[in-house]
Ligand binder design. Structure first.
Ligand code: F6P
Length: 548
């Protein structure tokens, strides 16, 4: 689709001029001159209520941002995605993640095949498997039921499963143990297996490509652990795989009957609701898993059908563009005020940064504007006693998403209201701060008045839901997926590829044998890398007693 380059779009220019006017206006002023701003600048979808009133925006800002979304083709490209157009340009593929959560009686045809029927075929297979583990029907080599489930995967084949398991732990089977091994650092696998009995342990090897070195190395060592204890024949009862590559799975020694498939049209970081979520389904049960998919689908439908002015992912995506490109804020925080969501920031880091950390447009040109912000976060209130100081008084402004729930899944005295009061208080403090007059009025000592002034004018989104359920988790993840899509569309980049991760893999493959070699290798790297390798080899020799 031929677009005017981003900086030349009339809405971009209008936003640039508008930003100049708005940049010096304080949220205090925006609120004092607009009595019902806090009610008006809100939107609700799929059980998620967003208060975006504490952003540095006016109605005019939003109007211009929606113009930019339109001028950038957000609605057009959204419709193309839902029609299966190859929007993943650099890999010449459709992205049909939304089909993973469509109801059984719907259909999406890709190259003459109904992918929804395929999805439900795999969901049925996953259901059967999950039930057999949960009921104890599935037996290990010695006849014992499986008690420990270890997911081996990395990136999208790990972060989604871990995040969802932690998020939905309340709904999980407590008599089963779930662990997640991702790092090729042997400590990860060693610590995960330390106290487990192989006879009661089953591995789910999760890898879209089934060629990822970290995952295959871990899977091979896990195989040796099982075979060493239970014999070669035991593999079929202690390993299953999730992948798009049946041949590679078979080559590894896992039968096709123990494989759960998915497809090229699902990106790794968009795959927690595919068979990659097998560990999630075993943990929370098929019914809860289907509830999670229903939440994803509800948000998909909201995104697909709602005018952009009331469209939650469009609003969040365009606010992200506003801060990244006009205020030029380099980073954004996601702070879940729910302990169960402790891995959500890590999950969102891959979703946002692997998707939109790109410097080339779909036309192959170098961008002349910034793309993805750096995302990070920690659960509240822990972060408040650590890095929030910088968010309140540092020199870099960091827009935050604060995510909270009206009810706790573990009610205990006043804990939950204390927690929630902190969300509202942080958003207030960040927006309105504290003036020198207010500090004076508190009777502060004159020489520390300046230290105690809080400038405020720091933006937040507050996302509020009733309680954390599988359905809400699905809606929340779909919200961020679509927000990422909106940003990527404005920037004209491919949010579905990840070429930037390739070079490091190739270089590591060259260096590994140089570290393993018994004899001194000939090194032809840059002087820094060669010196590091030589020093590493010397230190490794000195530490031979560690058994490496
Ligand atoms: O190297 C990055 C990446 O390709 C991610 O995009 C992906 O989620 C991860 O590696 C794991 O890939 P796979 O599921 O194919 O093992």
């Amino acid at each position: 689709m031929p677009f005017t380059p981003l900086r030349q779009r009339s809405s971009w220019r209008a936003l640039t001029a508008h930003h100049r006017e708005l940049a010096s206006i304080h949220l205090r002023e925006l609120f004092s001159t607009d009595a019902n701003r806090g009610e008006r600048l809100t939107v609700e979808a799929a059980g998620l209520y967003l208060d975006y009133s504490k952003n540095r925006i006016t109605d005019e800002t939003m109007r211009l941002l929606f113009n930019l979304a339109n001028e950038s083709g957000v609605p057009v490209r959204r419709d193309q995605m839902f029609k299966g157009v190859h929007i993943n340009v650099s890999e010449n593929r459709a992205d049909l993640s939304f089909a993973l959560r469509m109801p059984k009686d719907s259909s999406v045809i890709l190259d003459g095949v109904d992918v929804v029927a395929q999805v439900h075929g795999v969901l049925d297979q996953m259901t059967k498997f999950s039930n057999s583990i949960r009921s104890g029907e599935w037996r290990g080599e010695t006849g014992l039921p499986i008690k420990n489930i270890i997911n081996i995967g990395i990136g999208g084949s790990d972060l989604g499963p871990v995040m969802a398991y932690e998020a939905l732990r309340h709904y999980s089977r407590r008599d089963l143990t779930f662990r997640f091994v991702s790092n090729v650092d042997s400590t990860d696998l060693a610590e995960a297996l330390r106290d487990l009995d192989p006879a009661e342990t089953l591995f789910i090897v999760s890898s879209k490509t089934f060629s990822t070195l970290e995952t295959l190395t871990n899977a091979q060592s896990a195989r040796e652990w099982i075979v060493g204890s239970l014999g070669e024949e035991s593999v079929a009862k202690h390993f299953v795989a999730v992948s798009t590559h049946e041949d590679r799975v078979r080559e590894f020694g896992i039968e096709s009957t123990n494989m759960f498939g998915f497809w090229d049209w699902v990106g790794g970081r968009y795959s927690m609701d595919s068979a990659i979520g097998l560990s999630t389904m075993v943990a929370i049960g098929p019914e809860n898993f289907m509830e999670m998919l229903a939440g994803f689908h509800e948000m998909d439908e909201h995104f697909r059908t709602t005018p952009i002015e009331r469209n939650l992912p469009v609003i969040m995506g365009m606010l992200a563009v506003w801060y990244r490109n006009f205020f030029e804020f380099p980073t954004a925080g996601v702070m879940p005020y729910d302990q169960y969501l402790k891995r959500l920031p890590a999950y969102l880091q891959q979703l946002t940064m692997e998707s939109n950390g790109k410097h080339v447009t779909n036309e192959g040109d170098r961008v002349d504007y910034d793309t993805s912000a750096i995302y990070w976060g920690e659960p509240g209130t822990n972060g408040q006693h650590s890095f929030y100081q910088l968010i309140h008084q540092g020199t870099t402004i960091i827009p935050l998403d604060l995510i909270c729930f009206a009810n706790s899944l573990n009610p205990l005295g006043e804990h939950h209201d204390i927690l929630s009061s902190n969300v509202f208080a942080q958003a207030q403090a960040l927006a309105f701060g504290k003036t020198a007059d207010e500090v004076h009025a508190d009777g502060s000592l004159e020489d520390i008045v300046a230290n105690r002034v809080m400038e405020g004018n720091r933006p937040t989104n507050v996302l509020l839901a009733e309680v954390l359920t599988p359905r809400i988790l699905g809606a929340l993840v779909a919200l961020y997926e679509h927000s990422v899509f909106v940003q990527g569309t404005v920037w004209g980049i491919d949010s579905f590829d990840q070429w930037g991760v390739e070079l490091g893999k190739i270089l590591a493959a060259k260096i590994t044998p140089e570290l393993l070699s018994e004899s001194e290798p000939t090194l032809d790297h840059d002087s820094s890398t060669s010196t590091l390798i030589r020093r590493y080899r010397t230190l490794k020799k000195n530490g031979e007693h560690y058994g490496n």
